[in-house]
Design a protein around this ligand. Structure first.
Ligand code: ADP
Ligand code: MG
Length: 870
C-alpha cells in the first residue's frame, strides 16, 4: 500500500491543526499549497494548478507563490474571505538533517490582517468578539493594526440585548467576528449580521472559560494592570468576550501583541444611538444607491490630513456625544480655527508631514517594520516642536492643554536621527541604512571593508610589476570571490606561488595567499557590518517598543487636532455655523441646508429651510407635498444637522439651536429603498416596530413615507395609528413625510401635530418646485408633470391627463377637506367590471336570439352599462 512521503505527512499534520485556514507551506523560495487548498487558491488567485508526487498513486494538486510576493497573495485571499496559515521553515534546509523543521508562525484573518496594502488607511479594521445569551450581550473589539481595544456590554431582556448588539456591530462594522453558540444559534440576529455587516465568522466555544479565568487571562495579557480588573468589575459579558478575543489573538498572532496596551470600556448610553438602517439612510459613510464614499456625508466632512485623523473622524461621526460640555469643548476648538484661518493653515501644513504614527508604532512593536518606517516615524516626530509652539501661542485653553499633553518625544527623535540615514532602503537585511558615527564598531568594520578594497587595488599594481604582465587584473564575482586573471598569452609568466582557481576560454584565474587574506578581510568585514546593522536596528526597535504608550498618546492627540482642524476647514469652506446646544428639547434651525445635496446640485441653488420643533405644540410634523418637492431631503438635513452638532461640528445653517437627542431613528419607506433589495413590507414594519419600542421623548424620529409598502387602506391605517401612538405616548420629536393626504386631518385631533408642506407651483404644463417648507398641506402630487419632466412620451402624458380629469371629475374638489381619489383597488374593480361587460356583449350570438330574448338582453346590458358609469 502506498503511503504519504514524510514531508507530506508533516504537511498533513499542520493542515489538520489549521483546518479552517489555507495553509501556505514554505518550501525553499516558494509557499506551496496542496490538495483542496491548492484548488481554492489557484481559482481565487488565478495561478496555475500543478501536481506533486506525494507518495500516493495520484499526484497531490499543488500551486504556489514566490515568497517575496506572498504578502500580496495572502491579502487577496483574506480579502476574499479566507484565513491563511503561514508555515515557515525553522532551519536552513542546507544544514538540516533529514526533514526540515517547519512551524506555523502566524495566521492571517480578515480581522487581524496588518498588511498596509490590505487596509483602508482612514478606516479601522476591527475584529470583534461577541458573547451572547438569554440575559445579555458583551462585545469586545480590537484593531490589530493600531492596537486599540474596546469593550462594552448590555444586560437585559433578549429583545433589548439583540438590539444593542446589532446597533453596536452596525457602528463597529467588524470584518471578522468571534462568537459563541448563543449567537450562532440565534438565526434572526445572524442573518441580519450577514446581510448588513457580512463579516468572517468564527465559532469559538471554550466551556472551561469562566469569569474568574477570564479576568485572570485579561489581567495577564495587560501585564497585571490593576485598572483592567477595576474597569471590568461586575462586567461579566465584557470580560468573557474580551478574554475570548485575547485567546483568539494569541492563537493567530502568536506573540506579536505588544502593541495592544489598554482595554477601554464604555457604556452604550454614553453616546447618541443610531441603528444600522439610520446610518445607512442618512448616507453617513456611503450612498444608498452606489455605496460610495463620494456623495456620502463623510465625503464632505473628511478634510483630515492624516490617516489617524480620518479614523477618528469616523469614530466621532459614529458616536455623537450627549454631554453639552464635551460637545462645546470640541466646538470651541473648531471655532478658534474658523476664526484664525492662518493658524489653521499652518497647523494643517504641519499635519500633512505627519505619517500614521498609530500604525507605524504597531508595526514596530510587532516586529514587522523596516528602516523606512523608522524614518517615517522620525519625520513625523520632527514636526512636533513647531506644532506645539503654534498651539501654545493660541491662547485657547483647550488647545494649550492638548499641546501640554502632547509628548514631544525628543529622545526618540534624537536616537532615530543619530541612527538611521535620511533615505533608507526597503530591506533591513542588506545593510546600508545606519548612519556613520552612530556605532564605532560599525564604522571600523566599514572602514576595514573599504580599506581592503584599496589594498586590493594596490595588490594589482604590485603583481603587475612583479610578473611583468601588463594585463593582469584583480577581479571579483559572487561565486568565485576574488581572483587574479591572466590571459592565455601570458601564462608562461605566472609565478610559482599562484594557485589555479578556474580555467576560462581565454584566461586562467589564480589566487595567492595574500589575496586570500585580503579577501577575508573585505568580505568578512562587509558581512559583519551588515549583521551589525541589523543588530543595531533591532536594538532601536526594542527601544521604541518601550516608548509605545507615549507614541500612541501623541498619535491620539494629533488625531484629535487633525479632526478639529478638518472640521474647521469644512465649516469655512461650506459656510457652516456654530450650533448652540440646549437640554430643553427644542430644535430650532434657521436656513438649514443638506450638506451633501447642496454640494451635488450644480448650477442650481439649494433652497434653505427653517424648522422649529419641541416636545409640546411643535412635536410631530406631517409633511406633504408633491413628488420630488424635497421632503426626504428636508427631513434628512434636519437629522444630519443634529448629528453634526452633537459630534462637535459646525452645521450647514444660518443659526441652529439643538436640543440634545438620545437617538436618531429613520425609516425610509420601502419604495425609496429598493436599491438595498429589501423592499418587503415586512422589513419596513420590523423597523417601525423597533422605533416604536425604543424611541423616547428625547429621540428624533424621521419617518419617510411609512406605510407605502402595502395597499392604500392598510398603509394609511398603519401610518395613522403610528402617528397617534407617537403623539400620545412616546412624545418624540418626529418628522413624518407622507403622500396620504388624509393624515393631515390629525393636526386638529392630537396635540403637538402640525402640518407642513413644500411648495410647488403649476405653470402651464410644468411644475416648478419652490422647495420652501411652509405651514399647511397639499393634496397635489404633480405626478404627471413629474412623469413629463422625466421624459415619458407626450401621448402617454396626454392620456394620463385625460384619465386624471375623468377620475377627478367625479369628485368635488375641496382644498380644506381631504380629497378622496379612487385608490388602486377601486380602479382595479372598475377595470374588472368593464372587462366583464365587454365580454358579455362580445359573446352574444345574435342569430340565435328570439326577438323577445333580444329585447330582454338589451335591457339588462343597458342596466349594466349604467351601473358601470356610476
Ligand atoms: P421628495 O422626497 O419630496 O420626493 P426629495 O427630497 O427626494 O423629494 O428631493 C428630490 C430632489 O430635489 C433632490 O434630489 C434634490 O436634487 C432636489 N432638492 C431637494 N430639496 C432641495 C432644496 N431645498 N433645494 C434645492 N434642491 C432640492
Ligand atoms: Mg422622498
Amino acid at each position: 500500500m502506498s503511503q504519504l512521503t514524510p514531508m507530506m505527512q508533516q504537511y498533513m499534520a499542520m493542515k489538520n491543526q489549521n483546518k479552517d485556514s489555507l495553509l501556505f507551506f514554505r518550501m525553499g523560495d516558494f509557499y506551496e499549497m496542496f490538495f483542496e487548498d491548492a484548488k481554492i487558491a489557484s481559482r481565487e488567485l488565478e495561478i496555475a494548478l500543478t501536481g506533486r508526487d506525494c507518495g500516493l498513486d495520484e499526484k497531490a494538486p499543488m500551486c504556489g507563490v514566490p515568497h517575496h510576493v506572498a504578502e500580496t497573495y495572502i491579502s487577496r485571499l483574506v480579502d476574499k474571505g479566507h484565513k491563511v496559515a503561514v508555515c515557515e521553515q525553522m532551519e536552513d534546509p542546507a544544514l538540516a538533517k533529514g526533514l526540515v523543521k517547519r512551524q506555523v508562525t502566524r495566521i492571517v484573518t480578515p480581522g487581524t490582517i496588518i498588511d498596509p496594502g490590505a487596509l483602508d488607511e482612514k478606516t479601522n479594521n476591527f475584529l470583534a468578539s461577541v458573547y451572547f445569551d438569554d440575559y445579555g450581550a458583551g462585545i469586545s473589539y480590537v484593531d490589530n493594526s493600531t492596537g486599540e481595544m474596546f469593550t462594552t456590554e448590555f444586560i437585559g431582556e433578549i429583545e433589548n440585548s439583540s438590539r444593542f448588539l446589532l446597533d453596536e456591530l452596525g457602528k463597529i462594522m467588524p470584518s471578522e467576528i468571534i462568537c459563541n453558540n448563543g449567537l450562532v444559534d440565534n438565526k434572526k440576529i445572524m442573518s441580519t449580521i450577514k446581510v448588513k455587516i457580512d463579516p468572517y465568522i468564527n465559532l469559538v466555544e471554550d466551556p472551561s472559560l469562566n469569569i474568574d479565568s477570564s479576568l485572570k487571562l485579561i489581567e495577564e495579557f495587560f501585564d497585571g494592570d490593576p485598572n483592567v480588573r477595576n474597569r471590568l468589575k461586575g462586567k461579566v459579558y465584557s470580560a468573557i468576550s474580551a478574554s475570548r478575543l485575547i485567546g483568539y489573538l494569541k492563537d493567530t498572532q502568536f506573540n506579536r501583541l505588544e502593541h495592544i496596551m489598554e482595554l477601554q470600556h464604555y457604556e452604550p448610553q454614553q453616546y447618541m444611538l443610531m441603528d444600522i438602517s439610520t446610518r445607512t439612510n442618512l448616507e453617513i459613510h456611503e450612498t444608498l444607491r452606489s455605496r460610495e464614499r463620494k456623495g456620502a456625508l463623510i465625503g464632505i466632512l473628511d478634510k483630515t490630513q492624516t490617516a489617524m485623523g480620518g479614523r477618528l473622524l469616523k469614530k466621532w461621526l459614529e458616536q455623537p456625544l450627549l454631554d453639552r460640555t464635551q460637545i462645546n469643548s470640541r466646538l470651541d476648538m473648531v471655532e478658534f480655527f474658523v476664526d484664525n484661518p492662518i493658524t489653521l493653515d499652518e497647523v494643517r501644513e504641519i499635519l500633512r508631514e505627519v505619517y500614521d504614527i498609530e500604525r507605524l508604532s504597531s508595526k514596530i512593536a510587532t516586529g514587522n517594520c523596516t528602516a523606512r518606517d523608522m524614518a517615517a516615524l522620525r519625520q513625523s516626530i520632527s514636526q512636533l516642536p513647531q506644532l506645539k509652539s503654534i498651539l501654545d501661542s493660541t491662547e485657547l485653553d483647550n488647545l494649550q492643554r492638548l499641546q501640554e499633553e502632547m509628548d514631544p518625544l525628543d529622545d526618540l527623535y534624537k536616537i532615530l536621527n543619530e541612527t538611521i540615514i535620511d533615505d533608507p532602503p526597503l530591506s533591513v537585511k542588506e545593510g546600508g541604512f545606519i548612519k556613520s558615527g552612530s556605532s564605532q564598531e560599525l564604522d571600523e568594520l566599514r572602514s576595514s571593508g573599504s580599506m581592503g578594497k584599496e589594498w586590493l587595488a594596490q595588490l594589482e599594481q604590485k603583481e603587475r610589476q612583479r610578473t611583468g604582465i601588463k594585463t593582469l587584473k584583480v577581479g571579483y564575482n559572487r561565486v568565485m570571490g576574488y581572483y587574479i586573471d591572466i590571459t592565455k598569452t601570458n601564462l608562461s609568466l605566472v609565478p610559482d606561488d599562484y594557485i589555479r582557481k578556474q580555467t576560462l576560454a581565454n584566461s586562467e584565474r589564480y589566487y595567492t595567499e595574500e589575496l586570500k587574506r585580503l579577501e577575508e578581510k573585505v568580505v568578512g568585514a562587509e558581512e559583519k557590518a551588515v549583521q551589525l546593522e541589523y543588530e543595531i536596528f533591532q536594538e532601536l526597535r526594542d527601544y521604541i517598543k518601550k516608548q509605545l504608550t507615549r507614541l500612541q498618546k501623541t498619535g491620539k492627540l494629533l488625531a484629535v487636532l487633525d479632526c478639529i482642524g478638518g472640521l474647521a476647514k469644512v465649516a469655512s469652506a461650506n459656510g457652516f455655523t456654530r450650533p448652540k446646544l440646549n437640554n430643553r428639547g427644542v430644535i430650532s434651525i434657521r436656513e438649514g441646508r443638506h450638506p451633501v445635496v447642496e454640494a451635488v446640485i450644480e448650477h442650481q441653488l439649494f433652497v434653505p429651510n427653517d424648522i422649529e420643533m419641541d416636545n409640546r405644540e411643535n412635536m410631530l410634523h406631517i409633511i406633504t407635498g408633491p413628488n420630488m418637492a424635497g421632503k426626504s431631503t428636508f427631513m434628512r438635513q434636519t437629522a444630519i444637522i443634529v448629528l453634526l452638532a452633537q459630534m462637535g461640528s459646525f452645521v450647514p445653517a444660518k443659526e441652529a439651536d439643538i436640543g440634545i437627542v438620545d437617538r436618531i431613528f429613520t425609516r425610509i419607506g420601502a419604495s425609496d429603498n429598493l436599491s438595498q433589495g429589501e423592499s418587503t413590507f415586512m422589513v419596513e414594519m420590523t423597523e417601525v416596530s423597533n422605533i416604536l419600542r425604543y424611541a423616547t421623548k428625547h429621540s428624533l424620529l424621521i419617518l419617510d413615507e411609512v406605510g407605502r409598502g402595502t395597499s392604500t387602506y392598510d398603509g394609511l391605517s398603519i401610518a395613522w395609528s403610528v402617528i397617534e401612538h407617537i403623539a400620545d405616548h412616546i412624545k418624540a420629536k418626529t418628522l413624518f413625510a407622507t403622500h396620504y393626504h388624509e393624515l393631515t386631518q390629525l393636526e386638529s385631533k392630537a396635540r403637538g401635530i402640525v402640518n407642513y408642506t413644500i411648495l410647488a407651483e403649476e405653470r402651464g404644463e410644468d411644475v416648478v418646485f419652490l422647495r420652501k417648507v411652509v405651514r399647511g398641506s397639499t393634496s397635489q402630487s404633480f405626478g404627471i408633470q413629474v412623469a413629463r419632466l422625466a421624459g415619458i412620451r407626450r401621448e402617454i402624458i396626454q392620456r394620463a391627463n385625460e384619465i386624471l380629469s375623468m377620475i377627478e371629475g367625479s369628485h368635488t374638489f375641496n382644498l380644506h377637506k381631504p380629497v378622496m381619489k379612487p385608490n388602486q383597488k377601486q380602479l382595479d374593480l372598475l377595470d374588472y367590471k368593464k372587462d366583464f361587460f365587454i365580454d358579455r356583449v362580445k359573446n352574444v350570438e345574435v342569430n340565435q336570439l328570439t326577438p323577445i330574448e333580444a329585447l330582454n338582453l338589451l335591457n339588462s346590458l343597458v342596466e349594466d352599462a349604467r351601473n358601470l358609469k356610476e
